[in-house]
Write a protein that binds this ligand. Structure first.
Ligand code: CUA
Length: 195
């Protein structure tokens, strides 16, 4: 059987593409360490975050030299810490490696640092964990990009990466619970005025 030269070229090109695609899928699912939530991972009771050592007092915590853990509770409609108009922004120093632990106390949200590849769903009962490095002072917006209710569009926050000499871990405000209650009350009052 005589196969035309162009036909052969196309056949080979098609085979190379197919093998290439299978290769990228295989690499993406095993090589880069991306995993779905599995049953044997630890879960958390979203109704009892107050009893969890990490989330009872959401905060920035020093974990080692230039290493920080940030515990964030997402809720309708904000991040604690993160939403600076309600509680406080997240502040970390430059040249740091930061691990975010994010959970939700109500519905599914997301935690996305605009302009970075930090972007995860936040599911009640689960703790989303991501590590990022911040080399220079910068400001990042935090967004929720899962529709979570009528206030979804207002669910936002800020992360400030500050120069090392301006960073003081003791500055972190721990009255966020009171701030949130107050913000809730204000929201209720202004909702009442609308009627
Ligand atoms: Cu939270 Cu949308």
């Amino acid at each position: 059987m005589n196969i035309h030269t162009y036909e052969k070229v196309w056949l080979v090109a098609a085979m190379v593409l197919i093998v290439g695609f299978i290769g990228t899928i295989a690499y993406g699912s095993t090589g880069v360490g991306i995993a779905m939530i599995s049953d044997d991972e630890e879960t958390i009771d979203p109704n009892a975050l107050d009893e969890d050592e990490r989330f009872a007092d959401p905060r920035v915590e020093e974990a080692g030299e230039n290493q920080y853990n940030v515990y964030v509770v997402a809720y309708q409609y904000g991040f604690d810490p993160g939403s600076e108009h309600i509680t406080e922004p997240i502040v970390v120093p430059e040249n740091s490696e930061v691990t975010f632990y994010v959970t939700s106390e109500d519905v599914i949200h997301s935690f996305s640092l605009v302009g970075t590849n930090v972007n995860t769903m936040v599911v009640p009962g689960e703790v989303s964990t991501m590590t990022a490095e911040f080399d220079e002072p910068a400001e990042y917006g935090i967004l929720c990009n899962e529709y979570c209710g009528s206030g979804h569009h207002s669910m936002e926050g800020m992360l400030y990466v500050v120069p090392e000499d301006e960073f003081d871990i003791d500055d972190q405000d721990d009255e966020s619970e009171a701030d949130r209650d107050e913000a809730d009350q204000n929201a209720e009052e202004s909702a009442g005025e609308d009627e």
